[in-house]
Ligand binder design. Structure first.
Ligand code: WQD
Length: 341
């Protein structure tokens, strides 16, 4: 296969930076485009350090159609991986229009530019949030999507449909939606990782910030769920495993191995882990004592969700390989490096 060029929109962020590293190491030419509205340059500099070179970076907003057209005129993209979106569940409830405008318009601009270019391989960063609350577990790609519980989750459902309908209508556009479960961890180099702005919403960065002393105490939201230990169950997937799933999906598209012009894959481990199990594993593998307490349930949380990942294994040739313990060690190493320790 001749060298292919991949656009990573939002490529300076947590997932985009890890995907950029894996793509480049797999032999792809990668262009990062980001407006840095939700991150600083830490991960971009980390990507360049890991790869040993300055990676092509375009500072732009995908809501600016002119900027998107200029980007597509500058590079001969074979594929785009679209991460550039707002992703804070709670904020999306308070500011729905900010989320609908940013998350939908940015993707429509990319797809419209792809249409004008005569086609493109499009990989969309979707989320298990589209499955909502279900007691039919594990979820497969055929599991029904549920009414989104937040505008953020609704933009994921809507963007999947926008991609599906664009593939149907415009020749040459092909699409894969990857439905992530819970991405956690950091690159083994500790040069890139999760960089939440302000107080973390997500569990693992709150754990590591509590352990490093940035947060006073971790609240475990609810211990009265109908689960073995009373806390919620999730499918925590290592960020490097997740990134490698993107390489497999892009390669499937670039090598014309898709079976349908629009495909969906769950990207998870298939292993449910509870909040308490994660807290205990973090303390054990890192030899730290975490200050935590039980707190009331968090509105909007589902009791349990985890993936049936067999389709991705069969069709993408991808399977999660890293253990939760390895991931939590990497998460802790990253937090300690951020603190200069
Ligand atoms: C996991 C579990 C919390 C923080 C969300 C989005 C999803 C994706 C990943 C963007 C839950 C509990 C958390 C804390 C806690 N987002 N928790 N104390 O909610 O499963 O998924 O993030 O791509 O789309 O929906 O992830 O890490 O916030 O929570 O007890 O301080 O940890 O109640 O049970 P979630 P999370």
């Amino acid at each position: 296969m001749s060298k292919k060029t991949v656009l990573v929109s939002g490529g300076a962020g947590f997932i985009g930076s890890h995907v950029t590293v894996e793509l480049a190491q797999a032999g792809y030419d990668v262009v990062i485009a980001d407006n840095f509205s939700n991150c600083d340059e830490t991960n971009y500099r980390g990507v360049c350090a890991i790869l040993g070179r300055e990676m092509p970076l375009v500072r732009m907003d995908f809501c600016d159609r002119g900027a998107v057209d200029a980007l597509f005129a500058q590079y001969p993209f074979d594929a785009v991986i679209h991460f550039a979106a707002f992703k804070a569940v709670g904020e999306s409830v308070a500011e729905p229009l900010k989320y609908y405008r940013n998350n939908l318009l940015s993707f429509v601009n990319i797809l419209d530019a792809a249409r004008e270019k005569g086609g493109l391989n499009v990989l969309f960063s979707s989320s298990a949030t589209v499955y909502g609350e279900t007691d039919r577990l594990p979820v497969t790609e055929a599991s029904p999507r549920q009414e989104a519980k937040s505008p953020y989750g609704n933009t994921k459902v809507m963007c999947e449909d926008i991609l599906r309908d664009s593939v149907k209508a415009y020749p040459g556009i092909r699409g894969i939606a990857l439905r992530y479960f819970n991405p956690i961890g950091a690159h083994p180099s500790a040069l890139i990782g999760e960089l939440p702005r302000g107080v973390p919403n997500n569990l693992v960065p709150f754990i590591t910030q509590t352990a490093i002393g940035k947060r006073e105490c971790l609240s475990v939201f609810g211990n009265d769920y109908p689960t073995p230990d009373g806390t919620c169950l999730r499918d925590y997937i290592d960020i490097v495993d997740l990134a490698r799933a993107h390489v497999c999906a892009v390669t499937r598209m670039c090598e014309d191995r898709m079976k349908e012009p629009y495909e969906i894959f769950n990207v998870g481990t298939g292993r449910p882990v509870s909040v308490l199990e994660l807290v205990n594993a973090f303390e054990k593998v890192n030899g730290v004592k975490l200050n935590w307490k039980f707190a009331p349930r968090r509105p909007g949380d589902v009791t349990a969700i985890w993936a049936d990942p067999t389709l991705a294994e069969k069709e993408l040739g991808w399977k999660a390989e890293r253990s939760v313990e390895d991931t939590l060690k990497a998460a802790w190493a990253w937090e300690r490096r951020l603190a200069g320790k």
